[in-house]
Design a protein around this ligand. Structure first.
Ligand code: GLU
Length: 483
């Protein structure tokens, strides 16, 4: 049997990192097993319709490098499957359950349902549809129910939960799950407007799309017994379930917007590489070995398995994500990073930066920053002459006697054979030794004159990349103002 999985988001407007993790695990599981991973948009709840939500989802998924099968928008031939385009189908299946006696009509108004809930609350019992007192096939009789439906009385279709049975399934992550039928609500399957609920549409589609493994977030675990009942009601085989652990804030509360970003597009905006973000997200609840953290997408595919997914919640540790990004900054091909950075440079009006030069600059600064987009900020002086000089740094390192010390050094640097790190360093070392100085006595003034800033990459590497002409121009213009 070949593996078929699906990512089935409801289009809420953006892709939540938990959603990305679900999509990623489905994708990795499918690829690892030479199976198929499809995208299904679960937009049955039309009251929650959000403009462009589907496009946003697809943009974020594509950015992360997750590809779906059978989907023209993402390279495949069909789909993505969109539930709102399949409404008639669900109705047909819902009514089929009425026919075979595993679902029933109910006619309660929302006032009646509210009154029921109030009664239950007062009595201190869990809110649950009480089929023995409400208006439905049980209390009205089958014939009367049929007559009401034919007369156009609004109705819903509810699942007839087998009250005396234990519902069992084995979850690949949680193990055996057993729930008593008495604890399961008679879920509405078709609403009074004829639209299906999530549960019906989800089960019908998973069956029709021949899904073998349902891999989704833990928040769907309580729905699964209802789904198992539905599969049984239809006489279909259940897929295998795997419920992924919750994502948690550092304080172990459920990951929420209030404690930081949760939308994938925000992380992209903040400057995370897709490679590091995907790597980080993959490790939220799964890790094949304790001592390895860095995995490319291909390596994730190679190593991924559901057996190593934890039951307990996974903490979303933003410091670790930043660390991960800095690792990728050191690792990713320079040419690739240069290409990513070019549009960013334009925002600072650093136009027409030569590609080879940019590569050298990235290579120079990559150990000192966390995000690629810090290059033009942290290292602005690699693209423009310093417009001002850090005042504190200036006061500390530009004393009355500094010009006397610096000018002869500049003359000697001006005649080094090669404007390269080693030669510049040797010449400077020779000069300080001959004059009873320390390297730092001259490095700080050089840094000040050339970059205007107290922090930066190694000074001689910086000078080499900037080039002799540029450095000399900066030094001379500084010396002209600070005599
Ligand atoms: N539409 C559900 C969601 O938004 C899908 C749950 C499932 O995968 O069954 O997460």
């Amino acid at each position: 049997m070949s593996v078929r999985v699906r990512f089935a988001p409801s289009p809420t407007g953006y892709l939540h990192v938990g959603g990305l993790r679900t999509a990623l695990y489905n994708y990795l599981f499918a690829k690892h097993n030479n199976g198929k991973c499809i995208l299904r948009i679960e937009d049955t709840d039309r009251t929650r319709f959000v403009e462009n939500a589907q496009e946003n989802l697809i943009t974020s998924l594509r950015w992360a490098g997750i590809e779906f099968d059978e989907s023209p928008e993402i390279g495949g031939e069909y789909g993505p499957y969109v539930q709102s385009e399949r409404f008639d189908l669900y109705k047909k299946y819902g009514l089929q359950l009425i026919e075979n006696g595993t679902a029933y009509y109910a006619f309660d108004t929302s006032e009646e349902l509210n009154a029921m809930r109030e009664r239950q609350q007062k009595a201190g019992i869990a809110p649950k549809y009480d089929r023995t007192v409400m208006r439905n096939e049980f209390t009205l009789g089958k014939d009367e129910a049929k007559r009401l439906v034919e007369n156009g009385t609004p109705y819903v279709v509810r699942l007839k939960v087998p009250l005396t049975e234990n519902i069992r399934f084995t979850d690949l992550i949680r193990g055996d799950v057993i729930v008593n039928g008495r604890d399961i609500d008679d879920q509405i399957l078709l609403k009074s407007d004829g639209f299906p609920t999530y549960h019906l549409a989800n089960v019908v589609d998973d069956h029709l799309m021949a899904i073998t493994h349902v891999i989704r977030g833990e928040e769907w675990l309580p729905s699964t017994p209802k789904h198992v009942i539905l599969y049984n009601a239809f006489g279909w085989e259940c897929p295998t379930f795997a419920h992924l652990p919750l994502l948690l804030n550092k304080d172990k509360s459920k990951l929420s917007k209030r404690q930081g970003s949760v939308a994938v597009e925000d992380f992209k905006e903040q400057g995370y590489f897709k490679e590091s973000f995907v790597n980080f997200v993959a490790l939220l609840g799964w890790n094949p070995t304790s001592d390895r953290e860095i995995f490319s997408m291909d390596e994730l595919i190679e190593h991924f398995n559901l057996e190593k997914v934890n039951k307990s919640g996974a903490v979303f540790d933003i410091q670790k994500l930043e660390w991960m990004n800095s690792q990728y900054l050191k690792m990713l091909p320079l040419d690739y990073m240069a290409e990513l950075l070019e549009p960013e440079l334009k925002k600072y009006n650093f136009n027409n930066v030569n590609r080879d030069y940019l590569i050298k600059v990235i290579n120079l600064l990559k150990e000192r920053i966390t995000f690629l987009k810090q290059v033009p900020v942290f290292g602005n002086y690699m693209f423009e002459k310093p417009a001002n000089f850090e005042q504190e740094y200036l006061q500390k390192h530009w004393k009355d006697n500094t010009p006397e010390i610096i000018k002869p050094l500049v003359e000697q640097l001006n005649v080094v054979a090669n404007w390269k790190h080693d030669d510049l360093y040797e010449a400077t070392k020779k000069y300080v030794e001959a004059n009873g100085l320390k390297l730092k006595d001259v490095i700080h003034p050089l840094r000040l004159m050339i970059t205007g800033k107290s922090v930066g990459a190694g000074m001689f590497e910086t000078m080499e990349i900037l080039g002799k002409e540029e450095c000399m121009e900066r030094i001379n213009s500084f010396l002209a103002n600070y005599k």
